[in-house]
Design a protein around this ligand. Structure first.
Ligand code: RP5
Length: 181
């Protein structure tokens, strides 16, 4: 009889539906359990008005989706990839191995080893394949770094980053002032 083949929706099929966004930053993560940590990066990119996409790509559970994503990211106009993963956090490194785009890794804190496992998995890359690694669970900094990368060739983002830094400094000075009085 006729066997129904499973419909495989590939990462690129899925993302093509969102083509209108023309994302510059791709946020990927190993599992939906990483979303609470990675959503801070989405928030920052939203605030800076950077078009981005976000999806789940797992190095271990969806290796084919991962290679497809990494290989096609640059052709789709992505300029920087932020990859979050916990535990045996191979996603950022494997994606960096398959694209010439800059990859920023976010070590996600799991339950047993406090995120040091993820940190070491992401930061200890071999010579030749760098991953820019931020602090454990600090996807905010991953987004800020991605915006700095965009800002190096796009004045719009460079100026927004300058404004952000001034505002941040001002906020701390106001706090210091309050404490002093
Ligand atoms: C990694 O394993 C994911 O990035 C996640 O941080 C961790 C646990 O994943 P789940 O078992 O919660 O799906 O692949």
């Amino acid at each position: 009889g006729k066997v129904n083949k499973p419909v495989i929706i590939t990462a690129v099929d899925q993302l093509k539906r969102r083509e209108a966004i023309r994302p510059l930053v791709g946020i990927i993560m190993g599992s939906d359990s990483d979303l609470p940590v990675m959503s801070a990066a989405c928030k920052v990119l939203e605030e800076f008005g950077v078009p981005f996409e976000v999806t789940i790509v797992s190095a271990h559970r969806t290796p084919h989706r991962m290679s497809e994503y990494a290989i096609q990211a640059s052709e789709r106009g992505i300029k920087t990839i932020i990859a979050g993963a916990g535990g045996a956090a191979h996603l950022p490194g494997m994606v960096a191995a398959m694209t010439a785009l800059p990859v920023i890794g976010v070590p996600v804190k799991g339950s047993n080893l406090g995120g040091v496992d993820s940190l070491h998995s992401i930061v200890q890359m071999p010579r030749g394949v760098p991953v820019a690694t931020v602090a454990i669970n600090n996807s905010t900094n991953a987004a800020l770094l991605a915006i700095r990368i965009l800002g190096a060739y796009d004045n719009q983002y460079f100026h927004k980053m300058q404004e952000f830094l001034l505002k941040q400094e001002e906020e701390v000075l106001v706090k210091a002032d309050k404490l002093d009085t």
